[in-house]
Design a protein around this ligand. Structure first.
Ligand code: GDP
Length: 325
């Protein structure tokens, strides 16, 4: 099996698409034997990761994320880049009903030989889905993709998870209204390192300019420049494909402002965060799987619900059962 994984790693590194797809399937698998192989594979590929520009994109459904990623991705492959598009959508299974996963999205980009599009891994907690996407990002980098775009829907907690795995997090807005009218959850704007007002075309052009100005003013007041970077607000039309060069050069400026040392530090801190996330997930899983816990959990939960036990006492009893040999 070991040599098999070594061979798969080689094929991924040579940029073979089928190997890349297989490697990601392995990384996404929840089977215990697959997880061992996936760890082995990631260890082998890790030295060859890190060279990509890692971008996150969020926006409410209908903001134009897939239209934008298609236009931006095609612009980038036109410049000679290799673009991987991954998604974090914990809300739905891979087969049908997914907010982000359907096949007709990004049709031209998905056919392009320099691009690779992968829908969100299905099932499990947000933490699990996000971890698998992060690892798929590393596999894509080892396969030579130099721009990785991770897409997520701007309606839940997944934005935070995505912002923690990328270098730069972008929020796609639509013309008209502030956060509440747009359905943007509190805190998401603060995560963004740049805002893009999409649909700045036709009848919506002047509304887009108003929205750009409003957000630029609000950001100026609300979000202090961080590491010398004040999040800009740009207009774009994904439908017409305009504004793409401006966005790419803005991303370049961001990276330049950050500098290689700060970027490396940001990524290192992100990796440390992910280690702790993995520890917390692992502990929780073990806790729930522990035979002594299974026998007592429900009863103690009921006692807490009924006010017959204090939450602290119940938690301590369970933790004691968990750590007792
Ligand atoms: P998503 O749900 O965020 O992925 O949004 P989609 O990319 O599916 O776009 C939602 C709708 O907005 C579609 O009908 C698109 O054609 C439209 N749309 C996307 N980008 C633009 C744009 O730049 N201008 C205009 N006018 N419509 C757009």
């Amino acid at each position: 099996m070991k040599t098999d994984i070594a061979h798969l790693a080689e094929r991924v590194r040579s940029g073979e698409r089928r190997a890349l797809a297989r490697a990601i399937t392995l990384v996404e698998s929840t089977r215990a034997d697959h997880q061992n192989d996936a760890r082995d594979l990631l260890e082998r590929l890790l030295p060859f990761t890190g060279q990509a520009v890692r971008l996150g994109i969020t926006g409410v459904p209908g903001a134009g994320k897939s239209t934008f990623i298609e236009a931006f991705g095609l612009y980038l492959v036109g410049l000679g880049h290799k673009v991987a598009v991954l998604a974090v959508d914990p809300s739905s299974p891979r087969s049908g009903g997914s907010i982000l996963g359907d096949k007709t999205r990004m049709e031209d980009l998905s056919r392009h030989p320099q691009s690779f599009i992968r829908p969100s891994p299905s099932g499990g907690s947000l933490g699990g889905v996000a971890r698998r996407t992060r690892e798929a990002m590393l596999v894509s980098e080892a396969a030579g993709f130099d721009v990785v775009i991770v897409e997520t829907v701007g309606v839940g907690q997944s934005e935070t998870a995505v912002s923690r795995m990328v270098d730069m997090f972008l929020l796609l807005l639509v013309p008209g209204g502030g956060d509440e009218l747009q359905g943007i959850k509190k805190g998401v704007v603060e995560l963004a390192e740049a805002l893009l007002v999409n649909k700045a075309d036709g009848d919506l052009a002047s509304a887009a300019e108003r929205t750009r100005r409003d957000y630029a003013n609000a950001l100026h007041l609300l979000v202090p420049a961080h590491d010398g970077w004040a999040p800009p607000v740009l207009k774009v039309s994904a439908l017409e494909g305009s504004g793409m060069d401006q966005i790419w050069s803005m991303i370049g400026q961001f990276r330049q402002t950050l500098g290689p040392d700060n970027l490396a530090r940001k990524r290192a801190l992100q990796a440390k965060d992910w280690m702790w996330q993995a520890i917390e997930d692992g502990l929780k899983e073990r806790f729930h799987a522990h035979p002594a816990i299974a026998g007592h959990l429900k009863a103690l939960e009921d006692k807490v619900l009924a006010g017959q036990a204090s939450p602290t006492a119940a938690a301590q009893e369970l933790l004691h059962l968990f750590s007792a040999r």
